[in-house]
Design a protein around this ligand. Structure first.
Ligand code: UDP
Length: 313
C-alpha cells in the first residue's frame, strides 16, 4: 500500500510537534518544516531516529520545494501567544499571509489535502456566546492583536479561495486555548505563566480583574479532533476546543491549589483588546467528526503538572 506523506509547517512548535507524533503513529511519513523562530528542536528531538520523520529548517514564507509526493499539507507555523505575536508582528503577518500562500501552492502542486490551523482569535472580542462557526467576529484590525487575528482571517479567506477556484481539498480548524506538555514555559500565556509562578512560589499575575473567561483544552483531545478533521471531507471551518469555561481569576486559584503552592495573586493591567469571554460551540465537531474532548481540565492540569515540574529552572 502507498505510504502517505504529510508536510507539517511549524512542526517543532507546541501543537505542530504533537501533530507530528500523531501522524507518525497513524503510519504516515512526516516532513516537518520550521524556522525555529518560536518552535524548539527539543520538541522533536525524540523523532530524529525515526526513519519516517524528516526535519527541514525552513522559513515557509519563501518558496517551498519538496521533491517527494505529498498527500497532506498541515499549516501550523505561526507565533501563537499574545506576547510572541506582539513582539513579532511582521513575521506573524507574513507567515499567515505569504506562508499560507506558499503552503497552499505546495498542496495544489502535489494534489494534497490542505489543513489550516486557524484560531478562536478570528472571533476577536466576541459579541455572541458561545462562539459558533457562523459568527463573523469582532476584531480590531489595527490593534496589537490584529497582526495575528487578521493574518488568520486572511489565511482562511485564501484557503477558501484555493478551494473554490482551484478545487483544492481543504480543511480549516479554529483552535481554542490548548495546553499540555511541550508548551514553552515563557510564552507569556496564562497557563504556563501561572504554573511557573505557582511552582516557584511567586505571585500569580492576573491581568485586569480576572473576570474574563477562557476554556482550556488538553492537547491530546485537540490533536485527535484535528486528525479526524483531516480525514473527513469537511471544507467549512470547525471549532475545536473544550467548552468547560472558567474565569482567569478562578483559574489562577485552581493552579495554586493543584500545585499546592503558597503563592498569592497580584492584579496587573489588562492588555489592549483582550477578549472578555471565550467558549467554543463544538456542535459542528460533534456532529461531523463525532468528536468531543474526553479529558477534564482537572485531569489535564494534573497531566501537565509533571512537565512543568521537570522543566522549571
Ligand atoms: N493572563 C493573565 N496573566 C498572565 C497571562 C495572561 O491574567 O500572566 C490573561 C490574559 O489577559 C487573558 C487570559 O489570561 O485574559 C488568557 O491569556 P493567554 O495569554 O493565555 O491567551 P489568549 O487566550 O488571550 O490568547
Amino acid at each position: 500500500m502507498h505510504k502517505k506523506t504529510a508536510v507539517v509547517t511549524g512542526g517543532a512548535g507546541f501543537l505542530g510537534s504533537h501533530l507530528c507524533d500523531r501522524l507518525l503513529s497513524e503510519g504516515i511519513n512526516v516532513i516537518c518544516l520550521d524556522n525555529l523562530l518560536t518552535g524548539r528542536i527539543e520538541n522533536i528531538e525524540a523523532l530524529f531516529t525515526n526513519a519516517n520523520f524528516q526535519f527541514i529548517k525552513l522559513d515557509v514564507t519563501n518558496f517551498i520545494h519538496i521533491p517527494s509526493d505529498v498527500d497532506y499539507v498541515l499549516h501550523f507555523a505561526s507565533p501563537a501567544s499574545p506576547i510572541d505575536y506582539i513582539k513579532l508582528p511582521i513575521q506573524t503577518l507574513k507567515v499567515g499571509s505569504l506562508g499560507t500562500h506558499k503552503t497552499l501552492g505546495l498542496a495544489k502542486e502535489k494534489k494534497a489535502v490542505f489543513l489550516l490551523a486557524s484560531t478562536s482569535e478570528v472571533y476577536g472580542d466576541p459579541l455572541i456566546h458561545p462562539q459558533n462557526e457562523d459568527y463573523w467576529g469582532n476584531v480590531n484590525p489595527i490593534g496589537p492583536r490584529g497582526v495575528y487575528d487578521e493574518a488568520k482571517r486572511f489565511s482562511e479567506a485564501l484557503t477558501m479561495a484555493y478551494h473554490r477556484y482551484h478545487n483544492l481539498s481543504t480543511r480549516i480548524v479554529r483552535i481554542f486555548n490548548t495546553y499540555g506538555p511541550k508548551m514553552r514555559l515563557d510564552d507569556g500565556r496564562a497557563l504556563p505563566s501561572f504554573f511557573t509562578q505557582a511552582l516557584k512560589g511567586e505571585d500569580l499575575t492576573v491581568y485586569g480583574d480576572g473576570k474574563q473567561t477562557r476554556s482550556f483544552c488538553y492537547v491530546s483531545d485537540l490533536i485527535d479532533g484535528i486528525y479526524k478533521l483531516l480525514i473527513s471531507n469537511e471544507v467549512l471551518p470547525v471549532n475545536l476546543g473544550n467548552p468547560e469555561e472558567i474565569t482567569i481569576l478562578d483559574f489562577a486559584k485552581e493552579v495554586i491549589e493543584i500545585t499546592n503552592s503558597k503563592s498569592k495573586i497580584t492584579f496587573n493591567d489588562l492588555p489592549i483588546d483582550d477578549p472578555q469571554i471565550r467558549q467554543p460551540d463544538i456542535s459542528r465537531a460533534k456532529e461531523i467528526l463525532n468528536w468531543e474532548p474526553k479529558i477534564s481540565r482537572r485531569e489535564g492540569l494534573l497531566l501537565t503538572l509533571n512537565y512543568f515540574k521537570e522543566n522549571i529552572k
